[in-house]
Design a protein around this ligand. Structure first.
Ligand code: GRF
Length: 211
C-alpha cells in the first residue's frame, strides 16, 4: 500500500475526486491524510467524514515561509508519504520543501501550461482570445507552475463564456485528469527523463498498439 498525502486550501473538489477514484478503483494506495494551511478549508469536512486523518498547519502561525514549510514537512512526513498531491493548495513553496519531495509531488494547474501560470487563469485565457483552455498535471519544481508535465486536458472556449463558466468546464475535466495521473504514479508508470515525463504502458497493455 502506498501512502498519498493531499494538501488543500479550500473547496477540495479535486481531493474528493482522488478519494473516490482510489476507493472505487481499488488503488494499491491509501489517502493517508488531508492537510490544509487553513482551518476553514471546506474539504477538511469531506475528508473527516470519509475517515481520512486531517491536519491543519496554519501558515499564519509562522513568521516565515521557511518555518511554515518546515513545520508542514514534519506533519506530512509523519504520514510516510510516497506521493504528495497538491490540490488547490494556495501557497508558494520554498526550494527546500520542493527539493525534499522531488519526483514525488504533483500539482494540478487550471491552464494548458506553459500558458497562464499563476492566478486567474480562466480570465487570462478569455482575455487572450484563446479558443481552447484546460488543465495540466505536473511534477512540482521550484519554479511556480512549471515542472515536467504528466498529462493535460483540453476544453473548448465557447462564445459567451465567462470566467465562471469556463472554470466549471475545466473543473469537470480536472476531476478526471488528476485521479488518472495519480493512479499512473501509484502504478509506478511515471519516470522523469531529462525533464520530460515518460509514461510506461498500463499493466497488461502492450506499449505500442498495432493498427
Ligand atoms: C482547481 O482549479 C485547481 O486546478 C487549482 O485550484 C482549484 C482547486 O479546486 N489548483 P478544488 O479545491 O480542488 O475544488
Amino acid at each position: 500500500m502506498k501512502n498519498i498525502v493531499i494538501l488543500i486550501s479550500g473547496r477540495g473538489s479535486n481531493m474528493e475526486a482522488v478519494v473516490h477514484a482510489a476507493r472505487n478503483e481499488q488503488w494499491p494506495a491509501r489517502i493517508a491524510a488531508v492537510i490544509s494551511n487553513r482551518a476553514d478549508a471546506k474539504g477538511l469536512a469531506f475528508a473527516a467524514a470519509h475517515g481520512i486523518p486531517t491536519a491543519v498547519v496554519a501558515n499564519k502561525a509562522y513568521p516565515s515561509r521557511e518555518q511554515f514549510d518546515a513545520a508542514l514537512q514534519q506533519v506530512i512526513d509523519g504520514f510516510a508519504p510516497d506521493l504528495v498531491v497538491l490540490a488547490g493548495f494556495m501557497r508558494i513553496l520554498t526550494p527546500a520543501f520542493v527539493e525534499h519531495y522531488a519526483g514525488r509531488m504533483l500539482n494540478i494547474h487550471p491552464s494548458l501550461l506553459p500558458l497562464f501560470p499563476g492566478l486567474h487563469t480562466h480570465q487570462q485565457a478569455l482575455d487572450a482570445g484563446e479558443t481552447v483552455h484546460g488543465a495540466t498535471v505536473h511534477f512540482v519544481t521550484a519554479e511556480l507552475d512549471h515542472g515536467p508535465v504528466v498529462d493535460q486536458a483540453v476544453v473548448p472556449v465557447l462564445p459567451g463564456d465567462t470566467e465562471a463558466s469556463l472554470a466549471a468546464r475545466v473543473l469537470v475535466q480536472e476531476h478526471v485528469l488528476y485521479p488518472r495521473a495519480i493512479r499512473m504514479f501509484i502504478e509506478g508508470r511515471l519516470t522523469i527523463d531529462n525533464g520530460t515525463v515518460q509514461i510506461a504502458a498500463a499493466p497488461g497493455v502492450p506499449a505500442t498498439a498495432s493498427a
